[in-house]
Write a protein that binds this ligand. Structure first.
Ligand SMILES: *[C@@H]1O[C@H](CO)[C@@H](O)[C@H](O)[C@H]1NC(C)=O
Length: 287
């Protein structure tokens, strides 16, 4: 990247982060969106009516991110998952999941920089987001490490089933809930076992933070509800009648999520608790 573009990139990110702090403060004082109106009127999904779900075709492009894949499976973004404009995707995410515009803009710009594309003009295919140690990283809750499964669009069903079965919480209607503690526990397990079994294992501080952010979004958007997460994670589909449980006026901000759930999830991870399981997994692999 040239000097000018990296400087302008930096300034733009500082501006986005300041804006994110402002939206976080506004969320504290503004009324929440009404139930049934989280997705704004006129957008696909308003009132829980999502466009038709169609599983991807052989030639369609998909990513490691269930959120973007689900949007493509419902036709909220191109069903092919190809030739997507960064700007357009950034506009569609807040209306679907109620992430703040700042969080969406920051992640899309991060992706554009990773792919060495122009955020304002260029396009991408979903599978291009799977570049290893860009956004995608080892010890995922939903995917086998790249070293073992190069196609990161492919779900690891046993991992997902294990995560869903790890729920220890209940909501007031008696539905099973995956709590932040459950997410910390499962992240610890995945990290310990991946570290012991994957020779090329790598997990930087940034990627730890991405991992706990993923988990936190599942708490914020789905309330950790197992029923909804089963549909979302296994079929990459939005449940009929569902809407995001994040009802903040300006959506989930980076500041709000990091100070709240992400730090709780990340500081709760205890890889050491899984030393025995990790040793067994490594021995099993050698046998
Ligand atoms: C977080 O999401 C990214 C992109 O979808 C994925 O590659 C990564 O493995 C996820 N991390 C965890 C811990 O699930």
């Amino acid at each position: 990247m040239g000097f000018f573009s990296s400087v302008s990139n930096f300034i733009c990110n500082v501006a986005i982060i300041c804006w994110d702090v402002i939206l976080t403060l506004l969320n504290l004082v503004r009324r929440k969106r009404r139930v049934g109106h989280v997705t704004p009127e006129g957008h696909p999904g308003y009132g829980g009516h999502w466009p038709e779900f169609r599983p991807p075709q052989e030639t369609d492009s998909r990513s490691a991110c269930p959120g973007l894949n689900a949007m493509a499976n419902h036709g909220i973004i191109s069903r092919t998952g190809r030739g997507l404009s960064f700007v357009e995707v950034t506009h569609q995410i807040p209306a679907t999941y109620n992430f703040s515009p700042t969080m969406c803009s920051c992640s899309s710009r991060f992706a554009a920089t990773m792919l060495k594309r122009n955020y304002n003009k260029d396009t991408f295919d979903l599978e291009e987001l799977n570049q290893h140690n860009g956004i995608e990283h080892d010890a995922s809750l939903l995917r086998f490490d790249t070293a073992f499964e190069p196609d990161q669009a492919k779900k690891d069903v046993p991992f997902i089933e294990e995560l869903l079965a790890a729920a220890t919480g209940k909501d007031k209607h008696g539905h099973d809930i995956i709590t932040t503690k459950d997410f910390s526990r499962m992240l610890g397990k995945r990290r310990a076992i991946a570290r012991a079994t994957n020779k090329g294992f790598k997990l930087s501080l940034l990627h730890r933070f991405f991992g706990s952010t993923n988990a936190s979004t599942l708490v914020a958007i789905f309330g950790g509800r197992v029923n909804d997460l089963r549909t979302f994670l296994l079929d990459e589909r939005l449940p009929e009648g569902w809407e995001s449980r994040a009802r903040q006026a300006h959506g989930i901000t980076m500041t709000g999520l990091s100070l709240g759930t992400v730090s709780k999830v990340e500081f709760g991870v205890r890889e050491k608790d899984w030393a025995g399981a990790a040793r067994e997994a490594a021995e099993g692999q050698g046998a």
